[in-house]
Ligand binder design. Structure first.
Ligand SMILES: [Fe+2]
Length: 328
């Protein structure tokens, strides 16, 4: 058992809050130099605060980031069954955070909460902060859960969610990219293994359906968290014009992505607007500085991306895969 950490005597500057901010006392110091203290700090505080921002450390590059993220007892994960385009960045387990267009915001979400297997931990390294915007806003998923109307919470807990995705019609990522293979059999194996229903359609199109949690309980802290991506997958996430064009061209069934209650009944757009309102109220924004690393407990803390201008490079790493309890 580790001795409780004495923050006053730590050779680091630590400011409580979300994110907990950690920086060196003197310029020029590296993460590697402070690794044992940082590991202990993470051990004691990550699951209390939900996220930590390491700022002002010297000598960070993608390789140092990879080494740091891998220093907390779990190998880095590969990005499977993704929902946005990403590329590998040099070192194993490090990816571009997303290649989603710069002018668009990505709403708050917990990574891979749209499936039944997700990383417990996620790190972001800002190699180059954008000139304008490009923040990674975060939110306390325990607080989101508390603020959501209890009747909605109950409904999401009882009924769960059914995510439906269509690949290969040119409107979203091709299945080859999402499943990282050109072989249909490999896709089928993956889906059977993960409890995802699949259906091959004409023209090399694939449709998947997966029943997933709406809320979840953190395995170590016992906290209940709002844990789904209904507000991102639902048709109402798109503007009215795009909704109309999509429905005209592929129909409701063929939408690149959509989500229903677990039994297949539609989710009310107004209910998701309420959820989006709570997420907005809970958003915490802070600027990136090149060289910063943000480490989040992916169940306790959601993340987003603000629109930006000019070049921006934020890469991501994930670790400690967890499977939903009672996955069917
Ligand atoms: Fe994300």
């Amino acid at each position: 058992m580790n001795q409780p950490i004495d923050l006053a005597h730590l050779p680091l500057r630590v400011e409580a809050g979300l994110p907990l901010r950690v920086s060196p006392m003197q310029a020029g110091q590296t993460l590697a130099q402070h690794l044992p203290a940082l590991q202990q700090l993470v051990h004691e505080r990550l699951e209390v605060e939900g996220g930590m921002l390491f700022s002002g450390f010297a000598g960070i590059d993608v390789a140092a980031f990879q080494g740091f993220a891998g220093a907390f007892g779990h190998p880095l994960l590969s990005y499977e069954f993704g929902s946005t385009p990403r590329s590998k960045v040099g070192a194993g387990g490090v990816y571009t955070s997303t290649e989603f267009p710069a002018h668009r915001a990505i709403p708050l979400h917990n990574e891979q909460a749209y499936t039944t297997e997700w990383p417990m931990r996620i790190w972001f390294y800002c190699a180059q902060a954008a000139e304008q915007g490009g923040e990674t806003p975060i939110a306390d998923s325990r607080e989101v859960y508390r603020r959501i109307d209890p009747a909605i919470r109950q409904r999401f807990a009882d009924q769960q969610l059914l995510y439906v995705r269509n690949y290969g019609n040119g409107l979203d990522l091709p299945w080859q990219q999402v499943f990282n293979t050109d072989e249909r059999q490999a896709v089928e194996r993956y889906c059977r293994d993960k409890g995802i229903q699949f259906e091959w359609l004409d023209g090399d199109e694939l449709r998947t359906r997966q029943r997933c949690q709406g809320v979840a309980q953190h395995p170590r802290t016992g906290d209940w968290v709002w844990f789904n991506q209904a507000h991102l997958f639902h048709l109402s996430a798109l503007d009215a014009e795009t909704q109309e064009i999509l429905i005209d061209s592929v129909g409701l069934e063929g939408l690149p992505r959509n989500v229903y209650y677990g039994d297949g009944t539609p989710i009310e757009a107004s209910l998701l607007d309420e959820v989006r309102g709570v997420l907005d109220e809970c958003a915490i924004r802070f600027p990136w500085h090149s060289g910063d690393i943000l480490m989040l407990d992916n169940m306790l803390t959601a993340h987003a991306r603000a629109p930006f201008k000019g070049p921006r490079k934020v890469v991501v790493a994930m670790a400690e895969g967890r499977t939903a309890e009672g996955r069917r």
